[in-house]
Design a protein around this ligand. Structure first.
Ligand code: C2E
Ligand code: MG
Ligand code: MG
Ligand code: MG
Length: 280
């Protein structure tokens, strides 16, 4: 592996690099088993309006590894992206979400939406649109209840292709949310060129709100809110932990929130219990 071009450029394969490669390999194998062993589960976090109404939930994956314990998606999703395993995992997530929507159909929760995170590689799978269409049909999902969360990086890959795919999926009744908006590299003008139904304000901005004071870069939040309103997109602020953060967002014109202030992401029975209690 060493490169010997001019002597200064030698790259040694350090023992800790080897350990890292071995660890990755082991983790990749574990990921493959995880689906079969049913080690994944979805947890649900509500999106709540200023008036206190719960509009829907975001589904977030959890991996309960028998030895490692709970593994964060922030760690294994990027790995699954690289290895290609995200295609099978992502399909499982969508299938679970659709099944949940179907279960809620006959209940008080019939109008709740479920938002699912979609990663780049998954979105550009050749059969992605067909796969989603199949699930919608199989679980008889009413239009508008399934939402896909995409990030800026996904859109940057190929703007025209992204728009074309989004249009095909919108024709099936899906809705789209731009996730983590405002901290990436894309320009605000992308929002006007892409058929998003909703924009999620990145947690970064919300986290920086302390003691009722807005951070310097709040001007970006105001701009996002202005653009969303101009293009008729809904807004959700992520990572709202304190009432003072909700108040600042509200003052700027954002009326829907997701965060620990309302509820942590929780397994479906806990979420249902939480919502029942609220509605009493
Ligand atoms: P995300 O889509 O931006 O999800 C929001 C993250 O913020 C979640 O982390 C959630 O638990 C966390 N969060 C929610 N409210 C608060 C709060 O008030 N304070 C703080 N500090 N955090 C809050 P989580 O569940 O660890 O997921 C991390 C990321 O992993 C997600 O970010 C998403 O990009 C990815 N991810 C999760 N599930 C899936 C999945 O099923 N498929 C794909 N492709 N990606 C997923
Ligand atoms: Mg998300
Ligand atoms: Mg997010
Ligand atoms: Mg995020």
């Amino acid at each position: 592996y060493a490169k010997q071009a001019d002597g200064n450029d030698v790259c040694f394969f350090e023992p800790d690099m080897l350990a890292e490669v071995e660890q990755r390999f082991a983790l990749e194998q574990a990921l493959t088993q995880a689906l079969q062993q049913q080690e994944f589960l979805l947890v649900y976090q509500p999106q709540v309006t200023e008036a206190g109404k719960v509009l829907g939930v975001e589904a977030l994956i959890r991996w309960q590894h028998p030895e490692r314990g709970l593994v964060s998606p922030a760690y294994f999703i990027p790995l699954a992206e690289e290895s290609g395993q995200i295609e099978a995992i992502g399909r499982w997530v969508l299938q679970q979400a659709c099944q949940q929507l179907q279960r809620w159909q006959q209940t008080l929760f019939a109008d709740l939406t479920i938002a699912v995170n979609i990663s780049v590689r998954q979105f550009y799978q050749p059969d992605f649109v067909d796969m989603v269409a199949g699930l919608l049909q199989h679980y008889r999902i009413a239009p508008g209840l399934l939402k896909l969360e995409l990030t800026e990086s996904l859109v940057l890959t190929d703007l025209d292709d992204a728009v074309a795919r989004m249009q095909q999926l919108k024709a099936l009744g899906l809705r789209f949310a731009m996730d983590d908006f405002g901290t990436g590299y894309s320009s605000l003008s992308y929002l006007s060129r892409l058929p998003f139904d909703e924009v999620k304000i990145d947690q970064h901005f919300v986290r920086e709100c302390r003691d009722g004071h807005k951070p310097k870069d709040w001007v970006i939040v105001d701009a996002i809110i202005g653009i969303a309103n101009t293009f008729g997109m809904e807004l959700v602020a992520e990572g709202v932990e304190y009432k003072s953060q909700q108040q600042l967002l509200h003052a700027s014109g954002c009326y829907c929130y997701q965060g620990y202030l309302f509820a942590r992401p929780q397994p479906v029975t806990d979420f249902e219990h939480w919502l029942h209690q609220r509605q009493l």
